[in-house]
Design a protein around this ligand. Structure first.
Ligand code: NAP
Length: 252
């Protein structure tokens, strides 16, 4: 576990984005920094990519702290986040984004593929959210944004584990929004479709694009724009919702 410190404005509004060394999380981190948040950028293994996100944010005049920990490890989450919260207060915005896919048809799926995907997506949501929530509740103000997936809404062959995790995350979003509404904490999910990141790099994108109403895959920045809106006061009456960013894929 490595923590690289950058100057953090005490009392400045903080956004914590998990899985932000690359892809959608990195775009969200850059966007929220542009919106004026001090960024706590979590990632797991890719130190070089995380350093590059931090460099971009600092170069644009923002503040950024890198936090390397595995969101599926409850003890790591607490041991990194609780001292930071003690020092700087809780993040005003938490984006639960960290994730990966481990696809195979159910007949070939190993227990490890099932357990690991649920541990990172659902366990990670719980571990990080439960680490920040007590302090967020004391502030009586916060936004939690969970990155779900079209796969959790429609179902995709070969993604039983991933779809279950993302559908679970949508259920958790709805319950948490009901639980925290009266405490002025809004909880929403963003459900991306096919977004151009490492996660889908091996897929036949031309064929996939032909099935999408907008006839293209999305860009991480197009997801980040919706997260920015949900993190802002512009979305002050929106909670418990799932917003699709999927080029028009029908989700029912
Ligand atoms: P990506 O480019 O592969 O990036 C994944 C990020 O998650 C990396 O920063 C990675 O960190 C981090 N991560 C993975 N496991 C982690 C763990 N155990 N603890 C902490 N960080 C961890 O993926 P992406 O496409 O941006 O996906 C981001 C989120 O969007 C995921 O939740 C994914 O399910 C969701 N999503 C993606 C798509 C899509 O088409 N791309 C569509 C729908 C939903 P390191 O690399 O540093 O290890």
């Amino acid at each position: 576990m490595e923590t690289v410190k950058a100057p953090t404005v005490p009392g400045g509004k903080i956004a914590l984005v998990t899985g932000a060394s690359k892809g959608i999380g990195a775009a969200i981190a850059r966007r929220l920094a542009h919106d004026g948040f001090t960024l706590w950028v979590n990632y797991h293994r890719d130190h070089t990519a995380a350093q590059s996100v931090r460099a971009d944010i600092l170069a644009a005049g923002g503040e950024c702290q890198l936090l390397s920990f595995d969101v599926s490890d409850a003890e790591q989450c607490r041991s990194v986040l609780l001292p930071l919260i003690e020092q700087y207060g809780p993040p005003e915005v938490l984006v639960n984004n960290a994730g990966f896919a481990s696809d195979s048809v159910i007949a070939m799926m190993q227990l490890e593929d099932w357990n690991r995907v649920l541990a990172v997506h659902l366990g990670g949501f719980f571990n990080v959210t439960s680490s920040v929530i007590a302090a967020m509740l004391r502030c009586k103000h916060g936004r939690i944004i969970n990155i779900a997936s079209t796969s959790g809404q429609t179902g995709v062959a070969g993604q039983v584990n991933y779809s279950a995790a993302k559908a679970g995350l949508i259920g958790a979003t709805r319950s948490l929004a009901v639980e925290l509404g009266r405490r002025n904490i809004r909880v929403n999910a963003v459900a991306p479709g096919f977004i151009a990141t490492d996660m889908i790099a091996g897929l036949p994108l031309e064929n996939i694009s032909a099935t999408i109403p907008l006839r293209r895959v999305g860009q991480p920045e197009e997801v980040a724009a919706v997260v920015s809106f949900l993190a802002s006061d512009e979305s002050s009456y929106i909670t418990g919702q799932v917003i699709g960013v999927n080029g028009g894929i029908f989700t029912g």
